[in-house]
Design a binder for this molecule. Structure first.
Ligand code: PEP
Length: 258
């Protein structure tokens, strides 16, 4: 299992969503391997769809790019048609998994409770969870951003506390829903404010947890805006959707983050 660095090495994660099956996913993996070969100051992860995981992991074997799933189930096995367990993801070559992405919360009934169970289950299996939080536009306009994000983060902190895993293995991704896939990026100050609040919330549980947990920003990150976001004190990397589907733009984001 990859250990997070005490100094919070930047982490850039590409979420391919429901794009790129095995064939085109492998082509993209080959390009990424070439484009990212010289980048060593940043940890790199890509999250292809389930069906492409094993092939992409095989293509990236021996490179510095690791593979994540986009979701997992919290049970180890059972009659859960259509679901995939953490152990199965490990067997497919994953070392990470996204958990509670807003598209899962919005369309597939993920809740704070199921996100907590998934974080616990991933940690128990030896898979590194990247747990997503973030507010809707309505919540931001109503001034409840921090209440919403605190509630989501508390469920993740509880899950970490209930697991016997060492601190720092869980990454949190702050993704304002109004910024995902919309081209509307949160400004660096807007993002930093929420990241600092998340880190303060982690510190209520443990100073060590708050110091070593990586908090990523996600929401319309592009090569043109990544450097100013990554310069913020509490932003430790990015979860990138659209711009991760092109090797050059993903590499440029990674280059601007190290
Ligand atoms: C995402 O899918 O998590 C995401 C942030 O998407 P985009 O970068 O396209 O906004």
């Amino acid at each position: 299992m990859v250990r997070p660095m005490a100094e919070r090495k930047p982490l850039i994660v590409g979420n391919w969503k429901m794009f790129h099956g095995g064939a085109s996913g492998c082509e993209l993996a080959v390009e990424l391997r070439r484009s990212l070969a010289d980048i060593d100051k940043v940890d790199l992860v890509v999250a292809p769809p389930f069906t492409a995981l094993a092939a992409v992991a095989h293509e990236l074997d021996g490179s510095r790019i690791q593979v994540a799933a986009q979701n997992t189930h919290f049970e180890a096995s059972g009659a859960y048609t259509g679901e995939v367990s953490c152990q199965m993801l490990l067997e497919s070559g994953c070392s990470w998994t996204l958990v509670g992405h807003s598209e899962r919360r919005q369309h597939f009934s993920d809740t704070d409770e199921s996100v907590g169970l998934k974080v616990k289950s991933a940690l128990a299996a030896g898979l590194l969870p990247i747990a997503c939080v973030g507010e809707t536009l309505e919540q931001r306009e109503a001034g409840t951003t921090l209440d919403v994000v605190h509630r989501q983060v508390d469920a993740i902190i509880d899950a970490i506390g209930e697991s016997s895993a060492e601190p720092g293995l869980t990454t949190i991704a702050y993704e304002p829903i109004w910024a995902i896939g919309t081209g509307k990026v949160a400004g660096p100050e807007q993002a930093q404010e929420v990241h600092a609040a998340i880190r303060a919330r982690l510190a209520r549980d443990s100073t060590q947890l708050s110091e070593i947990t990586r908090i990523l920003y996600g929401g319309s990150v592009k090569p043109g805006n990544s450097a100013s976001l990554m310069a913020c004190t509490d932003i430790d990397g990015a979860l990138v959707g659209g711009a991760s589907l092109n090797a050059e733009s993903f590499a440029n984001i990674a280059r601007s983050s190290g």
